[in-house]
Design a protein around this ligand. Structure first.
Ligand code: XIL
Length: 350
């Protein structure tokens, strides 16, 4: 009897320590699963953004990608500047490599991202052109990219980050040159290039109610009303101390998108914390990973959960957000962090 009580106390202490993330990240590892793809519901996709060079040259990295995930997203390989380094040269080598890696390893691919205001080459932005000339570049880029992979890529982030935080349309090369119809036109072209593909509008800081979410909601509703082929909203979810939505807020915006009949994809989840990280920062990060994966699990229309960067080694956070980092579920040495366990437990929870 006494031993039973002792055991009970021990188990209680263990789960308490684990909730506080004091225990090392290995405490769930003896569960017999091979990777996140083996524990997520079979009707949902778990993906990762991949760095071309790491995937090609680092065996530990590529093995983890294969073992943990069911889908990959090119982190930079399909962006305009990578594909079109000069106005006369197109370079699809990195993109092709990722497509064949996916094929060889039974992974699906997310196309990311034909139309975005960033990572556009100087040759494009610096030259004066007529609207028709820019339109020709725009059309060619979208159609060429999406039709090139029409037998391999069936999900595209067609337009990325077109809305500002106050809900207005973002000033960009595309908006300035083509007017706000560029958004609907990109979807029309994408559908023309691959009628079988699911087409997404993708953005950050929309996972709670507010002017930015409202504008994205309105945009999607209007596109649907005029029968533009849009199938879902990509919630990037680059969470960080100044943007940390509550569970009720995420559920509220997910419900609104579901009510439109659109799919929800969490496209770029990472959770950045201040450096050096305190025990409390790590604990909050763990809880946030668990919360997001659990919400996706329990939301019927949330059919994809993608992480942005496998590890803190390749993460974009430290170079883009001063003082923040350690945002991923694997550390710099490709070891699982406690965040991995919390993400997993959210995927399993009923
Ligand atoms: C980031 C990449 O991770 C970095 O390597 C690159 O330097 C900048 O872009 N939203 C997006 C992604 O849609 O494409 C961005 O990726 C991160 C923010």
């Amino acid at each position: 009897m006494l031993t039973n009580i002792k055991n009970l106390f021990f188990l209680f202490a263990l789960s308490f320590l684990s909730a506080c993330s004091i225990l090392p990240s290995t405490h769930l590892e003896n569960k017999s699963h091979k990777g996140l793809k083996d524990i997520i519901s079979p009707d949902k996709v778990i993906g990762i953004s991949v760095d071309y060079l790491e995937l090609k040259n680092n065996k530990t990295y590529s093995n983890l990608v294969k073992n943990e995930f069911s889908s990959i997203t090119p982190e930079n390989a399909m962006k305009f500047e990578t594909l079109h380094p000069t106005d006369t040269i197109s370079d699809f080598r990195q993109a092709d490599y990722l497509v064949s890696f996916a094929k060889n390893n039974n992974l699906t691919l997310r196309g990311h991202t034909p139309i975005w205001h960033r990572q556009l080459p100087l040759w494009l932005k610096s030259k004066q052109r007529t609207k028709d000339q820019t339109r020709a570049i725009f059309d060619k880029h979208v159609v060429e990219l999406i039709s090139r992979y029409k037998n391999s890529i069936f999900t595209w982030d067609v337009v990325n980050e077109a809305i500002n935080s106050d809900g207005s349309f973002r000033t960009s090369y595309w908006l300035n040159s083509l007017g706000k119809d560029y958004i609907k036109d990109a979807f029309i072209l994408a559908h023309y290039a691959n009628p079988k593909a699911k087409l997404f509008y993708n953005d950050y800081d929309i996972s709670k109610p507010g002017p930015k979410f409202d504008a994205v909601y309105k945009l999607a509703k209007n596109l649907l009303k005029i029968k533009i082929p849009i199938h879902g909203i990509g919630f990037q979810m680059h969470l960080r101390p100044e943007f940390m939505p509550k569970e009720s807020e995420i559920r509220e915006v997910f419900n609104k998108i579901s009510e439109l009949g659109l799919e929800i994809h969490i496209t770029e989840l990472d959770i950045a914390i201040p450096l050096p990280a305190s025990t409390e920062d790590i604990r909050n990060q763990n809880l946030a990973y668990e919360m997001v994966s659990r919400i996706c699990k329990s939301t019927m229309n949330c059919s994809t959960l993608n992480l942005w960067s496998l590890s803190d080694k390749t993460s974009w956070i430290p170079s883009h957000f001063k003082g923040l980092g350690q945002a991923c579920v694997y550390d710099e040495n490709l070891n699982k962090k406690s965040a991995y366990d919390f993400l997993s437990s959210g995927l399993i929870k009923e």
